[in-house]
Design a protein around this ligand. Sequence first.
Ligand code: C2E
Ligand code: CA
Ligand code: CA
Length: 711
Amino acid sequence: MNELANFGLTSSMVDNRESKYKVLLVEDDFAHETLILRSFETHKQYQLTSRHTLADARKALVHYLPDLIITDFRLPDGDGINLIEQFLQNKTCPIIVMTSFGDESIAVKAMKAGASDYIVKSDQSLIELPVVANRVLREWRLILDNKIALEQQSRLTAILEATPDLISIADVDGFLTYLNKAGRRMLGMTMDEDINKIRLVDFHAEEDALLIMSEGIPYAIEHGMWKSNSTFISKAKEEILTSLVLITHKSEQGNIDFFSTVAKDIRSLRSAEETIKHLAYYDTLTGLPNRNELLKQLEYEIDRVRRNNSHSALLYIDLDNFKYINDSLGHPTGDLVLKEIAQRLQAEIRGEDILARLGGDEFVVILTELSNDSLEALSQARKVTKKLNEYIARDIFVENMTFNLTASIGISMFSAGADNGHELLRFADTAMYEAKKAGKNQFEVFHKDMSIQIHRQLALEHKLRKAYSNNEFVLFFQPKNDAMTGQIYGGEVLLRWNDPENGIMAPGHFLDILESSGLIMDVGHWVLKESLKQLASWMAMGIWKPHQRLSINISTRQFQDEHFSHSVIRLIEEAGVPAQCVDIEITEYSLINDLKKSVAKMEELIRQGVSFSLDDFGTGYSSLSYLKNLPVSTVKIDRSFIQDITIDKSDEALVTSIITISKNLGLTVVAEGIETKDQLQILKRFQCDYVQGYYFSKPVPAIEFESLLQQ
Ligand code: C2E
Ligand code: CA
Ligand code: CA
């Protein structure tokens, strides 16, 4: 019952019914009616309702739905055939027509019209009417069941045809007897293509076909069902990975009737699975193995090296100043640069080497299968590293801009004694850190002393904290001279640490640590305060003229502090010096992080009279075009360009163009690091405004600087 209801079909005529069959009897002849009613009395499954005219019958049928109609053909108000027509159109219930003797031709007409049966009225036939009714109802039920079955089948077929998975039926020999629409589409067959000579295995990839024949079918025959992932190859040679179920259908006797197959295209599922796997082990930006994957491969490689007694090297690559590209030009541009670097590295290493991205601007290369001789292997590793450094340093063109990046690389040989991948990475990282300290664009090979070095760093940080509280920092001063006249135009304050152990130390030894530890905030504040105090005292002494400017170096962290401008203004007020005598030396790196904010901060100070010099100009990320947007009054050409200006034509060209453009923008130009007369001559020729360097004076303590001022 439920099953039928599921398919939207209802029938009151199903087996084992408990309710009675309702029969409408339409008979105007009283004697016949009585006889019929009596003949049905012993058949308790029937419940009869009598009507005597066509009109009454019709009226009854408005609300009354019989399971069977038994009607006389001739009624006082018309033909019983009218009832048939009305009823059989809707195929609601069977009708038995009764005719009088001699009316057989009419009976045939009634049957043609759709009556289920007829009887020719006689006493005998009327008594046997229940038997006829039984047969008619049984047949009707068969028809109805068949109809339900047909409808059910067409619905099932519709489902099979609509489902996105391949569904097929095959005979015992594997030849298809049915293949649904999705199956045809999957395999590249047209809807009218004959499938009878086709076996599904013909469409499987060779290996899979073998597996199905040797394992799948026998297993399905024994256990009823076999499941596996299996690849089809369509007519268009497309590979379709499916999750496949093969089912054996057996008769009650246990013989195989047919096979059916359901195959679901899981390519997208698989690619999602793979994507997730990929995400866990590969870097999305570059597609390179990430740290997880690297560590996996590293363990494997360490093992291999141990087994074969061979040599491999791990290179820890960290881009210098990459952060500034990211900060100033945004991550999308930074990403493009990283991709470019990844491609360069990949192109330079051999197939058997491994390149990974640890994150940020850090890459790792594993050089495998180096020479069996340890010294030779080391020299190979150095050679490759040097080459990588060179490739990284080549111009990078991204979004119509040209960048110059360098990298610091740490090398650790596998033979350095690391126990595992983590340790090996740490070794190389330590060496990289050393390379960075040695200046950018360098590489270092790890050796055991380096870990000692790291400990020294920590000890140094500790010492610097003490130095600050013990007041061991001092200020040195270096004059800036007018290039033409040689007169002192101002000076730069340079920090020194009077280390009780080692004497006077330049910032190169400790500035990194001041910055990384955050100590620079305190020390920087102290420098500002102390410099301004010194300036006030020189002004009071009358040896510092109001047109002269004292330049103070400010580190990025200091400048980026929210209260920077205010604290400078306050310190100037406290010292009681004119702001016009104060110049702040700052690098582009400090500004580009948030250019708008930086400019606002600078302008706050500029309104007071403070001026700004752009320090180390020409190194790293230098853009002449944005110079005009910065409220700086001076550009300081970096020492590295002055160094070789007499011998290196490209340095000379660069310095000229910096001077020319700066002057066009109304900026003053200072060159730092002048050590020789020749350098000075060239700068004079280029009309550089001011010069600073050992040629005039080394940085000196305040007392000595006083005498320079007095000259
Ligand atoms: P800088 O701002 O580029 O300073 C110029 C550096 O060049 C100074 O090194 C100076 O001694 C050196 N120098 C000047 N003339 C010559 C020359 O003719 N030849 C050579 N070879 N070197 C010359 P110094 O004093 O060791 O300072 C190094 C860096 O430390 C400075 O570079 C500056 O960035 C930073 N620094 C110094 N004092 C401070 C400070 O008070 N605060 C901050 N935040 N940084 C400071
Ligand atoms: Ca400086
Ligand atoms: Ca400088």
